[in-house]
Design a protein around this ligand. Sequence first.
Ligand code: HCB
Length: 215
Amino acid sequence: MATKEEIIAKAKAAILDFDEDAAEAVAQESLDAGVSPAELIQDGFTAAMTEIGDQFEAGTLFLPHVIAASEAMSAGVAILTPELEKLGSESENKGTIVIGTIEGDIHSIGKDIVATMLKIAGFKVVDLGRDVAIKAYVDKAKETNADVVASSALMTTTMVSQIQIEEQLKEAGIRDSLKTMVGGAPVTQDWATKIGADLYGENATDAVTKLKAMF
Ligand code: HCB
């Protein structure tokens, strides 16, 4: 049987080869071998997507490559998701989280992973999808009496809109009754502090750990 390191290396290779079948196969292999799905996603698939992004920025890969790589990652994650969800606690509701990728931004893979991991951890997750208008976060937070509004931004041009979430929650008079979390590749703890967000989620595991500590 392959070792954990070999399985993680295969997961990286599947994404770098834009190979959906290989991504599905390695996801299944990791489940059979008892490798943590979170580790496979983080150290395998996500590490490879970061390399794809770097090559895209350097001009050695083009948009169709990025699309093909993200399709391979989504295929692999789709195999892991039902297994991850089986681990979830069904009865407990630790709190309601409204999550979405911010307006102008269609990157959804990371947000989807965070949403899945939060559900597994026992939170009720209301996923607004991607390219979400700021008003939609605020309206849904009011409607569901949310405990947390979590936004994802993958571009330096869209992360600035996370400021608007803070402002519009204040204008709606509900900022003090909930917590905000920000995340996405360009987002940092410094950014979260600067805009007044309560939490920064570096990755899905970090987001879950920080929210669990809060509720
Ligand atoms: Co896209 N793209 N892209 N892209 N893309 C990036 C983000 C660049 C950084 C690539 C680069 O240039 N190096 C770049 C942005 C540059 C900038 O900052 N301005 C970029 C660009 C420019 C674009 C387009 C404009 C390209 C074009 O059309 N010319 C376009 C955007 C259009 C738009 O949004 N309006 C575009 C499109 C695409 C797709 C559609 C091909 C595809 C997305 C598919 C999808 O999501 N359904 C895509 C992808 C895949 C990427 C890269 C390669 C990977 C992103 C990804 O999925 N990573 C990315 C490069 C990169 O990020 N380094 C590149 C894997 C996930 C698991 O990581 O960071 O999203 P994550 O999530 C983590 C973590 O951040 C945290 O937990 C997650 C899980 O651990 N987290 C949260 C995420 N959200 C959170 C929220 C919380 O509250 C808490 C934690």
